[in-house]
Ligand binder design. Structure first.
Ligand code: ATP
Length: 142
């Protein structure tokens, strides 16, 4: 069995990550997946979360805001709406985004002021992105 698979993570701004890895653990729209070398071909949606990359016995995290993933037996390609390695995550910005999203969700439930359902959906999505960044950066968020 091949011991590595290529991983490439691309965002609209940049190629965020490219390396040979031993495993990717990813939260897809269909549930959590562990992708090993020689995985069956697959295309799926990706939810906001901290992806786990296993390489050389170590595990590292990358925040992904959402997107799509294509898997072939030799290569994983993640097309992310945004993605950041921990070193590039602005923790203060993510904490501010987390707080703003929490306040919007609370305001929706309090109906102060009345908000559209779409605002709740947006706030929940923003909360998911903030949690992904804070998790990848190793920061708390309560
Ligand atoms: P914010 O409300 O702080 O803008 P957001 O979740 O709305 O956060 P996105 O739309 O996901 O932001 O991303 C917009 C751009 O900003 C992307 O290039 C993303 O990589 C970058 N970005 C967003 N938040 C952070 C952060 N905390 N640290 C580093 N880069 C970030």
């Amino acid at each position: 069995m091949a011991s590595s698979i290529k991983l490439e993570i691309v965002s609209p701004d940049a190629k965020v990550y490219a390396s040979d890895i031993s495993m990717l653990i990813v939260r897809s729209t269909g549930g959590e997946l562990g992708i090993l070398p020689k995985h069956a071909p697959l295309i799926t949606g990706i939810l906001p979360h901290a992806m786990r990359i296993k390489k050389n016995g170590d595990e590292s995290l990358i925040a992904v805001a959402g997107g799509f993933m294509e898997v072939t037996p030799e290569k994983i390609t993640v097309l992310a709406s945004a993605a950041e390695e921990p070193i590039n995550i602005d923790i203060n910005r993510a904490q501010a985004a987390y707080k703003r999203a929490k306040e919007r969700i609370e305001a929706f439930h309090q109906k102060q002021p009345p908000m559209d359902e779409i605002d709740l959906i947006r706030a929940k999505a923003a909360l998911g992105r903030a949690i992904a960044r804070l998790t990848a950066a190793g920061s708390g968020y309560e």
